[in-house]
Every structure is written in C-alpha cells, then in structure tokens.
Design a protein around this ligand. Sequence first.
Ligand code: NAD
Ligand code: WQD
Length: 338
Amino acid sequence: MKILLTGGAGYIGSHVAAALVSAGHEVVCFDNLSNSDAAVMDRLEAITGTVIPLVQGDIRDGDALRAALNDHAAGAVIHFAGLKAVGESVAEPMKYYDNNVRGTLTLLEAMRDCGVKTLVFSSSATVYGEPRYLPLDEEHPTSATNPYGRTKLMIEEMLADVAAADGDWRIATLRYFNPVGAHDSGLIGENPNGVPNNLMPFISRVAAGRLNELSVFGNDYDTPDGTGVRDYIHVVDLADGHVAALEAITKNDQPLSTWNLGTGQGYSVLDMVEAFERVNGVRVPYRIAPRRDGDVASCFASPERAARELGWTAERGLDTMCASSWRFERMLATRNAD
Ligand code: NAD
Ligand code: WQD
C-alpha cells in the first residue's frame, strides 16, 4: 500500500518515512516546506536506497491534495503537517486554527473525495492538559491549556465525529509524549529554526557552543530533583509505533483508535543534562531560571494499551537518545562548515 505523509519532510515525518520503507511500504511526502527542507529527501534516499517522491503543496489546498492522492494511488495517509510552537500559538492563534484545524478538515474532505479512509494522525500528550493522575492513560480526561493544544483537541473531536458518521474510516490518533533523538545514520533529525523551544535541541546547541547556556525552567517542582519530569521517546521508536498503528488499523474493525506513544519512564531536566554530558563527553552549562508559564511538574505515559494492542514498546533508552541527538548535531556542524 502506498502511504501519503503530510508533513513528511519534517522531523517526525522523515523518520516515519524511513521506517515505512524499511517495513516494505511505498511512501510519498506532501509538504509545503514551511518548517523543513527539500534536501531531507536526498538524505532519505541515502538511508533507504529508495527515491521517495515529494509533492510540494499545502494541506489547505484541497485540489493539490486530491491530485497527490490520485496521482500516487495512495491507500492511506499519515498526517504530520501542522504548526507546533506553543508560544507562537498564544501570540498568533488564528494562524494555528487555519493551518492545523482548517488544514485537517481540507485533508479529510480530499480523502473522502478520493475514497481514501485510512488515516493516522499526529496528536500530542498536550491533550491531557494538567495531569490529574500519572501515568497518563488514554482514558484520562482531555483539556487544552493553549491554542496549539486546542487545535489538537479540536482535530481529535473532528476525527471522532467523522469515524462515528461513517464506519468505513480507519483512524488512529497517536498521542506522542516528548519525541527526541535522531536516526542512527545522523543524516536526519530535529533542526528547529531560531532558538529551540524544546529541551533536547536546546541542550545539543549548548553542547555545540551555538548557545551559551541552558535555562532550567524551575527547580522547585514537586519532583525528585525539583525540575520538570517528562516522558522522552526516541523518534525511531516513535516511528516504529506508526508502522504498527497503521498495520493494526488496516486489519481491525474499529473506525477510531487512540494510542499513547511514550515509554512510561519519566526523566527530569537535570537527568537529561547529566546523561547528555556523560554519554557524549561534553559540557552543558546551565543555570536555574524561573518556571516557564504553562509547564506542569510531571508528565509521563502509560504505554500499556499500545503494548497490548499494537505489540509495540519503545526500546531505546536515554543514552541512545542523547548519543543520536549529538551525532546529528555534529553532522549539522559538518554541513555548515561545507
Ligand atoms: P515539523 O515542523 O518538523 O514537521 C511538520 C511538517 O509539516 C514540516 O515539514 C512543515 O513544513 C509541514 N507543514 C506545516 N504546515 C503545513 C501545511 N499547511 N501544508 C503542508 N505541510 C505543512 O514537526 P514535527 O516535530 O515533525 O511534528 C509533526 C507532527 O507531530 C505535528 O503535527 C506536531 O504537532 C506533532 N507533535 C510533535 C511533537 C514534538 O515534540 N515534535 C509532539 C507531539 C505532537
Ligand atoms: C521539557 C522540559 C521544560 C526548555 C512541549 C509541548 C508539547 C509537545 C512536546 C507538541 C520541561 C524544560 C525546556 C528549556 C527547560 N509538543 N525546559 N529549558 O514542554 O514537555 O512539551 O513539546 O505537541 O505540546 O508543550 O517539552 O521540551 O519544551 O520541555 O528547562 O530551554 O524541559 O520546563 O520541564 P514540553 P519541552
């Protein structure tokens, strides 16, 4: 089956493209390159030995989507395309509702028009809002604390309505925890524009000397060392979870399924710094800074439903996450020196 990946040139989409090809699937990427670079396709070719077509287009353009689905005879879609910066979503909410919500509605209409009703959607643990209990299982109540999170919730609700109205759909909603790390090859990884919002790319850039020091946002949380605890998941494990989810929904008879993709293991900010320094033999200077608005003390998954129903569990530990992030950071330095 040929699978169309919206946002397939991005951080997670590119790793899923590699995983799908190695599992024997055919892939086409559809991306407007607003947060990625077409050069990723050459790197994917080097990794997979396969030319993966890139359709440069916007998910808010229904005609472009219909053409891509028909031209490539796609049988399923994995939908990564979206904006994801929490702070920016607070400043520019309309941009987020337009891109994420309108974009997804346009995609659903195009899929319906083309008779493609198999969809895997990139959701986020952000839909759990402030945790009422831990670990977070899929039955935990949902809520949003910022416009980005609200777009994910709205899309989840839209998908539930679509699946309830037409039982031919096969939709998987995947709630990612904190994806980090990079492909073993060091060829693809996370390279955000500007100053990174997320912890791991920030740590990498401090270690590389591209940023002076890490600000640790708060050390007075109710956690073992006072810093925030998260469920970091290696992006290659996350990618394998997509392959498992796609294969499961094409076989099962449920119009809608929801799975957490996490490890179940929480690490603090200082755990991350310590592991990165130890594994890579580098220094990550940091200072304690005030808490960041909207952050919670701890957030980690119950990965049990995915283990039971998909036969998938994350295998790569913290050291592998740190080593692969650093390998990618060094690859970037080599590229910039060229
Ligand atoms: P990313 O920015 O690297 O990838 C998103 C891709 O979508 C980019 O290549 C971008 O160019 C493309 N895109 C954006 N808007 C588009 C549009 N209108 N039309 C076509 N292409 C468009 O981000 P990522 O980290 O790979 O995230 C992928 C998905 O996973 C997003 O939906 C994000 O919300 C979700 N997610 C990410 C994380 C995380 O921490 N990285 C966590 C939870 C959920
Ligand atoms: C992790 C920890 C910070 C940066 C965000 C989104 C979420 C999801 C994943 C998309 C926290 C601390 C961070 C820094 C720090 N994305 N930190 N200094 O906040 O768990 O989740 O990304 O869906 O929706 O909200 O991830 O990597 O930003 O932070 O101390 O410079 O690192 O306070 O404890 P977060 P993060």
